[in-house]
Unconditional design. Structure first.
Length: 484
């Protein structure tokens, strides 16, 4: 989370970065606990110093609480925690804990006690033990016992004295923190309106891969004509357009819940118990500056959070189920462009239609003033349109062409086409390329639309195809001359 992500070269990152570490720009952190200034000043005025050390005089400070140990190592390079990557920690929380350890004060000395007398204060079996290695001095140990009856203090004493003191509960709680309590729980906040890459891999499901491609002809054509920035899908269907706003309202509708909950375990080698040895899902998201790679394991016992590992870290965290459910349950139909063959007429030489409803040939011709013209640096297509050799009325043809190119599918289907083609529509581009869609009977309601460059077929209602094709026969007839 702390390393700077490389800029997306050509706006497309290599797949090998899926488990890489991306940089941090904006963060979505949990609200940090702020030091209580009044409490700190009050503690500095307390009359008893239980522990008073300077950082430069220490070699190490070790907190022992049950089987969990935290060892702060002090050197000329600063403060480190043994076997902990500080890049995973909130540095302010690390400093707060260390400061609490090296200066412990009290305003109340309960008395001198030893042996069985310590039982009443929980100091016969302390909750925590803090060992101080002090340069050129005798080591010291602080013991933290029971909480006072009013729940405001802990009882504490040192190994070198029989004096028992009370210390503020907030101080004792900070001293007894786990490493996971100091974890940096922030991840990169991405621009959900401007994603440059999205990959989702799940068990027993086709991979989803979407990216922004600067050189993609279809995306650029759409941007030029409509002004809408688009992404391009590569998997499970090749070369479909994806609108970012559809992603935002579909797959990313719960993006505000895509946050780290808490650190569960640091430096674990036992990923299997969290389902992270063989993740259910991996997610890679990136905008043009930052990115997040996430491995998703099992649900916790309460079924409210998934165990996750971000950016290949050697740590296990939680993430709310609400933030990840959309990635498990997405339907690509919700965010892909549903047009079967969206072509702007100024890119076409013509359209061929062969169907059970009739055969039609559409041609665009430059005639006289009816040609491509440039107005205010904008190229406009004023060419005449002919259907089966007859000049088409301008307004009528505009409505017809809108129906034809506006055909949209209702669902995707992996089935193979059966029987003979019922409709074949071929768009012929000015650059010589062709885009053909063939429609087969699927059932009484739908056609199965098959495109040559797609690995997934589409279902579209027969009525919509029939209406679009047959409208050619209903266009107003033009009487002589050309149409302006």
């Amino acid at each position: 989370m702390k390393k700077k992500m490389l800029m997306l070269v050509g706006l497309v990152v290599a797949a090998a970065v899926l488990l890489g570490v991306y940089g941090i720009a904006k963060k979505r952190p949990k609200d940090p606990p702020k030091p209580d200034t009044e409490q700190t000043e009050a503690e500095n005025e307390l009359k008893y110093t239980v522990i008073g050390c300077k950082a430069e005089d220490l070699s190490s400070v070790t907190v022992k609480k049950g089987e969990k140990n935290i060892k702060f190592i002090v050197s000329d390079d600063g403060i480190k925690i043994e076997n902990v990557d500080l890049a995973l920690m909130r540095q302010d929380l690390v400093s707060l804990m260390f400061d609490a350890l090296i200066t412990v004060r009290s305003d109340n000395k309960v008395g001198e006690f030893k042996g069985e007398e310590l039982v009443q204060y929980g100091l016969d079996m302390p909750q925590a033990q803090v060992d101080y290695e002090i340069d050129q001095k005798q080591p010291e140990t602080l013991y933290i016992g029971a909480v006072s009856p009013d729940n405001n203090y802990y009882y504490a004493k040192t190994a070198s004295s029989d004096d028992v003191y009370t210390i503020g509960k907030a101080v004792g709680d900070r001293i007894m923190q786990d490493v996971t309590d100091m974890a940096d729980l922030s991840i990169d906040v991405l621009d959900s309106k401007g994603l440059a890459r999205l990959e989702v891999k799940q068990k027993n499901r086709d991979e989803l891969s979407v990216s922004f491609e600067k050189e993609n002809e279809k995306a650029n054509d759409n941007l030029d004509k409509s002004g809408l920035q688009t992404l391009v899908m590569h998997k499970p269907i090749e070369n479909l357009l994806v609108y970012p706003y559809n992603l935002e309202t579909g797959l990313l509708y719960n993006y505000d819940k895509f946050v780290i909950g808490e650190m569960v375990e640091l430096g674990t080698e036992n990923y299997a118990k969290y389902g992270l040895d063989d993740p259910q899902m991996t997610i890679l998201m990136a905008d043009l500056e930052n990115g997040v790679a996430l491995s998703v394991g099992n649900l916790d016992e309460e079924g409210k959070n998934y165990y996750v590992t971000p950016n290949g870290q050697k740590a296990v965290y939680t993430m709310p189920k609400e933030g990840l459910d959309p990635f498990f349950n997405y339907n690509i139909v919700d965010f892909i462009q549903k047009f079967i063959a969206l072509h702007f007429r100024d890119t076409l030489a013509g359209v061929d239609i062969k169907s059970v409803y009739g055969n039609y040939t559409v041609e665009f011709k430059e005639e006289g003033e009816n040609k491509f013209i440039v107005e205010n640096d904008v190229t406009k297509d004023k060419r005449n349109a002919y259907i089966n050799g007859k000049l088409a009325d301008t307004d009528g043809f505009a409505n017809y062409y809108e129906l034809l190119t506006g055909l949209t599918f209702d669902a995707l289907d992996e089935g193979e086409p059966q029987g003979e083609p019922q409709v074949v529509i071929t768009y012929k581009m000015l650059d010589g390329k062709e885009d053909t869609t063939t429609y087969y009977n699927y059932d009484d309601t739908f056609y199965l639309a098959v495109k040559e460059d797609s690995n997934m077929n589409m279902l579209i209602t027969k009525q919509s195809v029939k209406q679009a094709v047959e409208t050619a026969d209903k266009l107003p007839e033009v009487k002589g001359g050309t149409v302006g």
